[in-house]
Design a protein. Structure first.
Length: 206
């Protein structure tokens, strides 16, 4: 998708979505810079890249990376170690026949009595991103191009990408991970605003 082909109507739609997004967020000790912090960058392409680079603090955080593996096998923890027990995404990215993700992952985080596993993550749609959207091992520029490519992102427009990032509760889990897991930086709303501003400035990639 050529970001320069975006009409003022398309950009206006994203701006409206940014204004209307109302997501329950959990603040973290690691903030994200506000969109206004980039207003002093006069060149729009440079500003767009700077906005995406700031948003990448979330994209490249373990809470997100673990669900975007290259192999179709989920990873866990801040060190992205192999999922225990071993799992595969399966044809629908929700596990294999007979052992779907929901065998262990319920609709919400579930506390356990096991000291080494304080909680099991949960969401009604718990699963992996498709391999076409694998982020692990990719450069930031590669991830950016991947996000924009409708042939790899599930035929999503940039407005769809914004909506997914800013309002999807499954994405929002990254700020409510449960147990002693470190949340993603900032809030989902902060993240969405950065992505919305990145789109509005042409969705340029590093």
């Amino acid at each position: 998708m050529n970001p320069h082909s975006w009409s003022s109507v398309g950009r206006g739609a994203v701006a409206a979505l940014v204004a209307l997004a109302a997501v329950a967020d959990a603040s973290t000790d690691v903030p994200l810079k506000a969109v206004s912090a980039f207003s002093g960058i006069g060149d729009e392409r440079t500003r767009s890249i700077a906005l995406f680079t700031e948003a990448a603090k979330v994209i490249q955080h373990p809470r997100c990376m673990n669900c975007h593996p290259v192999t179709g096998q989920p990873t866990q923890g801040d060190d992205l170690h192999a999922h225990i027990p071993p799992m595969l995404a399966g044809s629908g990215d929700h596990g294999v026949q007979g052992l779907p993700c929901k065998s262990c992952h319920g609709p919400a985080n579930q506390a356990t009595l096991v000291s080494s596993i304080k909680s099991i993550p949960g969401n009604p749609r718990w699963g992996l991103a498709p391999v076409s959207m694998a982020w692990q091992g990719k450069s930031l520029g590669g991830i950016c191009e991947q996000i924009k490519d409708p042939n790899r992102n599930g035929r999503r427009s940039l407005a769809d990408i914004y909506r997914h990032i800013a309002t999807d509760p499954l994405v929002g889990w990254a700020w409510h991970p449960g147990g002693d897991r470190e949340p993603a930086p900032g809030t989902q709303s902060d993240f969405g605003q950065l992505i919305g501003a990145w789109i509005a400035t042409g969705a340029q990639c590093p």
